[in-house]
Design a binder for this molecule. Sequence first.
Ligand SMILES: [Zn+2]
Length: 58
Amino acid sequence: MQFAACPECGAKINVPDDVAIGDVLSCPDCGLELEVKNVNSDCVEVDELQIEGEDWGE
Ligand SMILES: [Zn+2]
């Protein structure tokens, strides 16, 4: 098991061993959607998921 830290609230998030860059996780504390940016041997870097192509209603 690996871990990531939520950039919003700092919560520790369990990350599956087969995690890959681009996977989306959700923070158990604040519910923020997190995209995996980098996978290191001892930690996983995540960043807030940026939703592209969203319709802003012009
Ligand atoms: Zn959080």
